[in-house]
Design a protein around this ligand. Structure first.
Ligand code: UDP
Length: 451
C-alpha cells in the first residue's frame, strides 16, 4: 500500500539504455510508493515518455549528440560522449531544480548510474548527496572491481588459448566468462577502474538483487566497498507491471497468441536491447527453433541481425511452414510474457534484467551470452543456481534442439525446473514483510532521510 508522503523529492537520472532505464524507473516507482516525490532526468538520446509515468516530473538534458555519435555500435563510446557532453546541461538543470521557489519539496538526493561519472563533481559542487543504482549483479560488480588484479595475473586481456581455464580467484568463473567490451582493452580497464572509484565515493549503492540470491557476493563486496549497500530487488515485483519504460513499442499480440497455447509449452526467445547476431547465427536460431517442434515466441528486434531491416533473411516459406507454431515480434512486453502460464522456457542473452525477470517468474533458461557481464550471469544460471543450460557448443541448430529438448522434456529439465521454482520462491519471499529486500528497503528509506 502506498505510504504517506515524505515531503522530500528524489532526482533520478538513468543511463539512456533500455537495460539501465527499466531498473531506474522501477526503482522510482518503489520509492514513490514509499512516499517520495520523484523527478526523472533524461537525455534527449533515447528520451523517455512522461505520459507513461504521470506521477513523476520529467526534465530533459540536451546532450548535443550528433547523428554519427548516436548511431555508433559501441555503447561504451556513447557513454564517453555523454560524459563529456552532459556535464554543463546537467549542472544547469540541477541549479534550476535546487533554486526552486519553494513550490516543490526539498531534494533529498540524486540517484544515478555509476557510468555517469560527470554527476559526481556536479553533485558535490551543490553539496547534493548522490547515491548510485548499479543495474548489474553484485557478482559482476566484484568481477569488474577485480579488473586491475585480473590484468596483473594475466587473465585479461583474454587469450584464445586460456578461455577454458578457471579464474582461481573467482570460482566458478572461467576466463571465457569474464566481461568483454567492444572498446580497446586498455581503455576499458581505465574506464572500469574509474567506475570503481566513482562507486566507492558515493553515498551508497542500490542493487537490483536480493540477499537470498547473492548472499555470498554481498558478503564479499561489503568489506571492499565500505559504503552503505542496499539489495532491494527484484524491483519490478514490488508493484503490478502496469507501467512501461520501453523505448520500442510493445507488441501486445504476444499475449493474445500466448493465450492460445498450452501451459508451459512455449519457448520465449529474446536477446535484449543491444545484442546482435550474424546471418549464419540468425539462420541457425531459426532452424533450431523450427526443428524443436515446440511453439515459440521470438523477439527479432530491428538491429538484432546487423544490416537487415527485419525478417527478410529468413528462408523463403519459413513462416508459412511453421503453421502457427511460431510468433515473431519486434519487441515484447517481456515481464508480462515471462509471467504468462504458457511460457515454459526463456532462451536469453542473460542481461541481468532478463535473468532476474526469468528467476522471479520461475522460468528455466537457455543461456546464450554475447558480451559484457552476460557470460558470468550465464555461468551463475547454469553452474551456481542450476536453473538453466548453456549452449556449450555454440549457436548450432543441433545443439539448440538438444538443449531445448533436455529442458522441456528430459529428467535433467525436471531437476532444473524444480531448482528454478525453489529459487523463484526464495527470491520473491525476500520482498515480503520481514524478508531481506523488505528490510533493506526500510534501511534505504531511512538512509535517504538521514542524508
Ligand atoms: N525487454 C522488453 N521486451 C523485449 C526485450 C527486452 O521489454 O522484447 C526488456 C527486458 O524486460 C529487460 C530489458 O528490456 O528489462 C533488457 O535488459 P537486459 O539487462 O536483460 O539486457 P540489455 O538490453 O541491457 O542487453
Amino acid at each position: 500500500m502506498e505510504q504517506i508522503r515524505k515531503g522530500q523529492r528524489l532526482i533520478l537520472f538513468p543511463l539512456p539504455f533500455q537495460g539501465h532505464i527499466n531498473p531506474m524507473l522501477e526503482l522510482a516507482n518503489v520509492l514513490h510508493f514509499r512516499g517520495f516525490s520523484i523527478t526523472i532526468l533524461h537525455t534527449n538520446f533515447n528520451s523517455l515518455n512522461p505520459s507513461n509515468h504521470p506521477h513523476f516530473t520529467f526534465h530533459s538534458i540536451p546532450d548535443g549528440l550528433s547523428e554519427t555519435e548516436t548511431s555508433t555500435k559501441s555503447p561504451m563510446l556513447l557513454v564517453s560522449c555523454l560524459n563529456r557532453r552532459c556535464h554543463d546541461p546537467f549542472r544547469n538543470c540541477l541549479a534550476n531544480l535546487l533554486s526552486d521557489d519553494g513550490s516543490e519539496e526539498p531534494i533529498a538526493c540524486l540517484i544515478t548510474d555509476p557510468l555517469f561519472n560527470f554527476t559526481q563533481s556536479v553533485a558535490k559542487s551543490f553539496k547534493l548527496p548522490r547515491m548510485l543504482l548499479r543495474t548489474g549483479s553484485v557478482t559482476s560488480t566484484i568481477v569488474y572491481a577485480a579488473f586491475p588484479l585480473l590484468w596483473e595475473k594475466g587473465y585479461l586481456p583474454k587469450q584464445e588459448s586460456q578461455l577454458e581455464e578457471p579464474v582461481v580467484e573467482l570460482p566458478p568463473l572461467k576466463v571465457k566468462d569474464l566481461p568483454t567490451n567492444s572498446c580497446d582493452p586498455k581503455i576499458f580497464l581505465q574506464l572500469i577502474t574509474e567506475w570503481g572509484n566513482v562507486i566507492k565515493t558515493s553515498d551508497g549503492v542500490i542493487f537490483n538483487t536480493s540477499e537470498d540470491l547473492e548472499e555470498q557476493a554481498l558478503l564479499t563486496i561489503r568489506p571492499d566497498f565500505p559504503i552503505p549497500i542496499f539489495p532491494i530487488g527484484p524491483f519490478h515485483k514490488w508493484f503490478p507491471t502496469s507501467y512501461t519504460s520501453s523505448l520500442l513499442s510493445e507488441d501486445e499480440s504476444c499475449i493474445s497468441w500466448l493465450n492460445t497455447q498450452a501451459p508451459k509449452s512455449v519457448v520465449y526467445i529474446s536477446f535484449g536491447s543491444i545484442a546482435a547476431v550474424n546471418e549464419a547465427q540468425f539462420l541457425e536460431i531459426a532452424w533450431g527453433l523450427a526443428n524443436t517442434n515446440q511453439p515459440f515466441l521470438w523477439v527479432v528486434r530491428p538491429g538484432l541481425l546487423q544490416g537487415s531491416e527485419w525478417l527478410e533473411k529468413l528462408p523463403q516459406g519459413y513462416l508459412e511452414a511453421l503453421d502457427g507454431k511460431g510468433h515473431i515480434v519486434k519487441w515484447a512486453p517481456q515481464k508480462k510474457v515471462l509471467a504468462h502460464p504458457a511460457v515454459g522456457l526463456f532462451w536469453t542473452h542473460n542481461g541481468w534484467n532478463s535473468t532476474l525477470e526469468s528467476i522471479s517468474e520461475g522460468v528455466p533458461m537457455v543461456c546464450m551470452p554475447i558480451s559484457c557481464d552476460q557470460m558470468l550471469n550465464a555461468r551463475y544460471v547454469s553452474d551456481v543456481w542450476r536453473v538453466g543450460l548453456q549452449l556449450e557448443k555454440g549457436i548450432k541448430r543441433g545443439e539448440i534442439e538438444i538443449t531445448i529438448r533436455n529442458l522441456m522434456t528430459e529428467k535433467e529439465g525436471e531437476e532444473i525446473k524444480d531448482k528454478m521454482s525453489k529459487l523463484k520462491e526464495k527470491t520473491n519471499l525476500s520482498l515480503r514483510e520481514g524478508g531481506s529486500s523488505y528490510q533493506s528497503l526500510d534501511g534505504l528509506v531511512n538512509h535517504i532521510l538521514s542524508l
